[in-house]
Design a protein around this ligand. Structure first.
Ligand code: FES
Length: 239
């Protein structure tokens, strides 16, 4: 059985938008397909590969969606998928990575000439100023949780939900601003959480580690050494 996985990279797209795009892609797909969001939220690439393999796929195409598709992801994703392939043994499906759409002239031409609905705009003085964006929120802790593609592959989005649950359970929600971010760079040490104002960087991989992080770093005000990977201001010399 042939199958496709559509790879969507867009951190600032709402879940609703992502669902609409996924549904449209899956409706139009000529073969059994899945849509995967590479950053932000939702199941990652390995889940989709496992799922299609279980469904009987013997040949899977990974098809990047988006114009332009990230050059960094274009380089890294085939390796990440090959890493999944290496764990499959003799029952592995054949796996292919498609050229991103910006290399397809007909797609570029369609985007450049598409007859889309137009919304008329009228003058609106200070239209760029929205309500509620006047001052920083009153939190004691700022937690940057990486939801970049490499941390996403390690289930970082589910960690965000688990972290928020744990903050609520520990009575810390109103003191903590949780911000999901794009890649923070130490991907191989991820999933990464950075705690400001202290500037401590942690690798947090499981529910029990989230509990350790919340109880020690936030409730007790100590540093959970087993999770610490870096402190802002420390210099790392290249090996
Ligand atoms: S994707 Fe999280 S640190 Fe790079």
């Amino acid at each position: 059985m042939d199958a496709y996985i559509y790879l969507i990279s867009a951190s600032y797209v709402s879940q609703k938008r992502f669902r609409e795009l996924s549904c449209a892609l899956l409706d139009a797909a000529p073969v059994e397909s899945r849509a995967v969001r590479l950053d932000g939220a939702g199941d990652g690439l390995w889940h989709a590969l496992d799922d299609l393999k279980t469904a009987g796929a013997t040949r899977i195409e990974l098809r990047p969606i988006g114009l332009p598709f990230s050059q960094s992801l274009e380089k890294w994703l085939p390796n990440a998928a090959s890493s999944w392939l290496a764990r499959q043994g003799t029952t592995a499906p054949a796996l292919y990575f498609a050229h991103p759409l910006q290399t397809d002239h007909s797609v570029i031409q369609a985007a450049a000439t598409a007859k889309v609905a137009l919304k008329p705009l009228s003058p609106k003085p200070f239209g760029e100023i929205g309500n509620g964006w006047d001052s920083p929120p009153a939190f004691r802790h700022h937690l940057l949780v990486c939801a970049g593609p490499r941390c996403h592959l390690k289930d970082a989005p589910n960690l965000v939900d688990a972290l928020k649950n744990e903050l609520g359970r520990a009575g810390q929600s109103s003191d903590c601003l949780v911000t999901t971010t794009g890649c923070l760079f130490p991907c191989n040490a991820g999933p990464v959480i950075v705690h400001y104002p202290h500037g401590n960087w942690y690798r947090v991989e499981s529910l029990s580690e989230i509990r350790t992080f919340v109880s020690q770093a936030l409730c007790a005000g100590t540093i959970p050494d087993t999770l610490l990977i870096h402190q802002t201001g420390d210099i790392h010399e290249p090996a």
